[in-house]
Design a protein around this ligand. Structure first.
Ligand SMILES: NC(=O)C1=CN([C@@H]2O[C@H](COP(=O)(O)OP(=O)(O)OC[C@H]3O[C@@H](n4cnc5c(N)ncnc54)[C@H](O)[C@@H]3O)[C@@H](O)[C@H]2O)[C@@H](O)CC1
Ligand SMILES: Nc1ncnc2c1ncn2[C@@H]1O[C@H](COP(=O)(O)OP(=O)(O)O)[C@@H](O)[C@H]1O
Ligand SMILES: [K+]
Length: 492
């Protein structure tokens, strides 16, 4: 499992490893350098390592030694040779003693970069603490302008590991090999263009050590598989629950159909779609397994509200007083766990006191715009630290929050899971409605609300990713058709 941490987390893990576990810093640096080197394509040769004066630079000097021991051609450019950190100095001295070609004259840098095939950027890592000035602005500019292939050590130099903001300018890496944790700042969308392909490597620390300092993880297939509940031989439809979807309006019947069809395909024992009277005759594209109900028939609705195992509320209902009244009615008459999405969220934003009634039994699945409306935070404020914004909201209202988008965040007040599956081939209408149906269906099948959000977002994005290998844009219908096949693939 890959853990996420900011600069503070890195410092804490560092000091625990050195002071409590008694692992010397130079050993951690050696492990980092060895594991970094292990990620480099063995066909690559002719490296220029650009080193700063802190431990990131120290890693760079240690990587230079490792590459030389693999018979690679290596040169080093030292940004500063005075006042180096202790472990940086040790590795610098060894590089000198080994006779590795070393340069520190900035006027030679451009030519050096041009004459090498790979630049390894070891200028700054988690210790960057001020805006970049001369000569660092020029060094980074040169790397970006002339580097043919750039690999950053830990963090592209100039990016803040906690916030993802740049110190004015930053290295644009082709690959970033980060140590111990995936840096929280990498989740800030503004950092994306600098990171290239990201890989996280260990520095010899067991998972239980990292876990002490981070409760934020990137979900992978293995983790999702570990959450899945196999079906027993003698199970019947009653074991897989009844999902009620309350969705749609004359302009948006599609949203209702999509959510209901997704719930069926995800395996809910029964699915009922409840719509306003005027939509009933527009449901011809519903999967035949979907049962329907008329929202104006209050007795039928009451009956359903009492017996279903989960309720999805919101897609396509319309942001209007009728939807708000309906939500109040549902909340007064049912204790079932709920997935609230789209207009369900929009009307909640009008009357946040209703969130009290959703405590400990709800997952909200907003996209950035909806989250901005319901949290009262601007999109800019949320984007600066999506994890914090999501966690704060979840804590304040005791709900699970699933903040959709590239790197979806799912949190239950204290633990945070980030979903990296999915891509922009999925950026089209109806995709969120699909996720709502999948998530509600999983809740009906006895997964916890939190697990349903995690599995739902992983599966949804996983399908999109697989299909996008062959198609440019993926539709909700494409996802729905493929749910059973890829769901089965998640059972390892
Ligand atoms: N346990 C760990 O966490 C390990 C950390 N390691 C490496 O250590 C790095 C952190 O090392 P440090 O804390 O020494 O920090 P850095 O090496 O990132 O940089 C700190 C140095 O740069 C200077 N500096 C910061 N911002 C500057 C600016 N804008 N302009 C000019 N100078 C600036 C500081 O004064 C200091 O000398 C990590 O990124 C990682 O590469 C590795 O050695 C492996 C072990
Ligand atoms: N670039 C992207 N990377 C990953 N997932 C994406 C991307 N764009 C969209 N998605 C996913 O598609 C879904 C879109 O949801 P939403 O915006 O609510 O759509 P709609 O309201 O049209 O149904 C979300 O689950 C989101 O995570
Ligand atoms: K770096």
């Amino acid at each position: 499992m890959i853990y996420i941490g900011d600069n503070k987390t890195t410092g804490e893990i560092d000091s625990y490893s050195i002071n409590t576990l008694n692992i010397p810093g130079i050993v951690l640096m050696e492990n980092a350098a060895r594991n970094f080197t292990g990620t480099i394509d063995t066909n690559l040769d002719n490296f220029l390592i650009v080193c700063g004066k802190g431990n990131n630079g120290g890693d760079g000097y240690a990587v230079a030694r490792q590459l030389v021991s693999l018979n690679k051609r290596v040169s080093v450019f030292s940004c500063e040779t005075s006042d180096m950190s202790r472990d940086c100095q040790i590795n610098y001295d060894i590089c000198r003693n080994l006779g590795i070609p070393m340069e520190n004259d900035i006027s030679a840098l451009e030519e050096l970069i041009i004459s090498h095939d790979v630049v390894i950027d070891a200028v700054f890592g988690t210790g960057l603490d001020k805006p970049l000035a001369a000569p660092y602005d020029k060094i980074i500019n040169n790397i970006n302008q002339y580097g043919k292939y750039i690999i950053s050590v830990d963090i592209p130099s100039g990016i803040n590991g906690s916030t993802g903001e740049t110190a004015g300018i930053a290295v644009k890496a082709d690959r970033t090999v980060s140590f111990v944790t995936y840096k929280q700042g990498f989740l800030n969308y503004s950092a994306a263009e600098f990171l290239g392909k990201i890989k996280v490597v260990n520095i010899g620390l067991p998972e239980h050590v990292i876990k002490k300092f981070s409760n934020t993880v990137l979900m992978d297939k293995k983790y999702i598989s570990s959450l899945l509940i196999p079906r027993l031989k003698y199970s019947h439809k009653g074991n897989f629950g009844h999902t009620l979807i309350i969705a749609g309006s004359p302009e948006f019947t599609g949203a209702a159909v999509i959510s209901a069809n997704a719930a069926v395909k995800t395996g809910s024992g029964l699915v009922t779609l409840a719509v306003f009277h005027e939509c009933l005759n527009m449901l011809s594209s519903c999967s035949p397994e979907v049962m329907t109900a008329d929202l104006s028939d209050k007795n039928r609705l009451l009956d359903l509200l009492k017996k279903v195992n989960s309720i999805a509320f919101g897609p396509g209902l319309g942001n209007n007083p009728r939807t708000l009244e309906l939500l109040k009615f549902v909340l007064e008459n049912s204790d079932a766990p709920m997935v609230i999405d789209a207009d369900g969220i929009n009307v909640l934003a009008e009357e946040p006191a209703l969130l009290e009634k959703l405590k400990n039994r709800c997952i909200l699945t907003p996209h950035l715009g909806e989250f901005s409306r319901i949290s009262g935070l601007s999109i800019e404020e949320i984007s600066k630290d999506r994890i914090k914004a999501a966690k704060d909201f979840s804590k304040k209202y005791s709900v699970i929050l699933l903040l959709k988008g590239y790197n979806t965040i799912i949190t239950n007040e204290c633990d945070v899971y980030v979903n990296t599956t999915g891509n922009s081939s999925m950026a089209n209408g109806g995709m969120g409605d699909t996720l709502t149906g999948i998530t509600a269906s999983l809740i009906s099948q006895k997964y916890t609300i939190f697990a349903s959000g995690k599995i739902g977002s992983f599966l949804h994005g996983y399908i999109g990713e697989k299909l996008s290998k062959r198609s440019f844009a993926i539709t909700a219908e494409d996802i729905i058709r493929n749910i059973p096949f890829y769901q089965k693939k998640l059972f390892l």
